[in-house]
Ligand binder design. Sequence first.
Ligand SMILES: Cc1cc2nc3c(=O)[nH]c(=O)nc-3n(C[C@H](O)[C@H](O)[C@H](O)COP(=O)(O)OP(=O)(O)OC[C@H]3O[C@@H](n4cnc5c(N)ncnc54)[C@H](O)[C@@H]3O)c2cc1C
Length: 426
Amino acid sequence: MAEKFDSVVVGAGPAGIAAAFTMAKAGLSVLILERGEKPGAKNMFGGVIFRHHTEQIAPEFWKTAPVERHVVEYQYWFLTNDSHVLLSHRNQRFNKTFNAFTVHRAKFDPWFAKLAEDAGAVILNRTTVDDVIKENGKIIGVKTDRGDVLCDVVIAADGVNSMLSKHAGLRDELPPEAVVLAVKEVIALPRQRIEERFNLGPDEGIAAMLVGWGSGMHAGFMYTNRDTLSLGIGISLQDIDKSGERPHILFEQFKNHPSIAPLVRDGELKEYSAHLIPEGGYDYVSRIYTDGMLVVGDAAMLVNAINWEGTNLAITSGTLAGNTVIEAKKKGDFSSRTLVSYRQKLEESFVLKDLKKYKDVPKFFSSNQQFFTLYPEVANELAYMWHVVDDETKDAHLKEMKSTLFKRRSRLNLLKDAYHMWRLMS
Ligand SMILES: Cc1cc2nc3c(=O)[nH]c(=O)nc-3n(C[C@H](O)[C@H](O)[C@H](O)COP(=O)(O)OP(=O)(O)OC[C@H]3O[C@@H](n4cnc5c(N)ncnc54)[C@H](O)[C@@H]3O)c2cc1C
């Protein structure tokens, strides 16, 4: 461990691997330190990886990578406790130009990490980084449970809890309003049954987002894998504190919902896991550079909660950080004077542009919970009234629908909600 590297990357998730791959390919000496027994061993997500950004590291990766299914349909479920309204988009173009693939991180991450290894990076698993090493205020390496390692630039890719960012003085404890706790189950079902239940062809998949059951602000997700379903829910730490709702109870309610239970019936529980998601958006992006260190991916709080994107922001930030270190090496200057260009690159990319665009959305939803509670209820009520057949005229039904709507939310508030949504999204 006495050796000195051009860069030490802490964490072998998508952000760390993209950074390591970029630097190793350019001929820099790179060490990746991962606390898990292998990359992916400690990682969980929904979820899907996106073709576009993953291909920037591995062209046509789906031909060799352990992907489960490509997504052909996106579903948005609005639930009450005993009904649902479903909005969905299926498109054959997703069969021609793949957009996203469901994956299991325990399988995908080792495959992805091998790309960095093949490019020349060294991976040391079962190695936990405990702190940064500083000299004259500049970071010059890391302390691990196996000893110290020196380098020109440390890349902190250590995920949402990023101890490294805290030790480097780049951020404080995670703010509860900006972090969601997610719990997830992987449920095994025969491949054919998944295809029948979700009306899918071989290798086709769905990605679903669900809101509205229970009483507070939380969301569920459901993804089809080859012969398993990934099912989970997320709730912010602040809401857990305020409402007293417990994620595992919410999850049971979700799984036993009359619209969801038939989809998972007779499935065998394979895995149960929990993880945090940094969903605060632009205002919570931490300081991401200092003398001798850059922060990437979840460690920098780079998640787009509106579009449910994280891995693509992780890969892009890792790549941009890697390019910045390559420039710094050419200049022979690893101080913030050079490393600041990482922040500039991120500002110019979709990563910070998207987060900036939606910067007020998390706060807006948090103080306007009717979008997660009242509106799903009203949508279900109106859908019911529209479909029910009795002796009343259609005119009477429409009047009842209008009166139900305005009883639940005044015209003024409906207009205000529509206006705010329009402003936030346009
Ligand atoms: C429930 C859930 C659903 C999600 N769904 C999606 C989705 O569908 N699509 C999507 O794009 N994104 C999704 N995300 C977000 C996505 O998972 C993250 O944005 C992405 O994994 C971030 O990558 P990363 O490399 O920054 O961090 P991570 O993937 O968290 O990797 C961090 C790595 O650092 C290692 N590590 C941590 N500390 C240390 C240490 N001290 N020493 C050594 N190693 C360390 C960890 O073991 C881990 O391997 C979801 C997240 C969750 C939790």
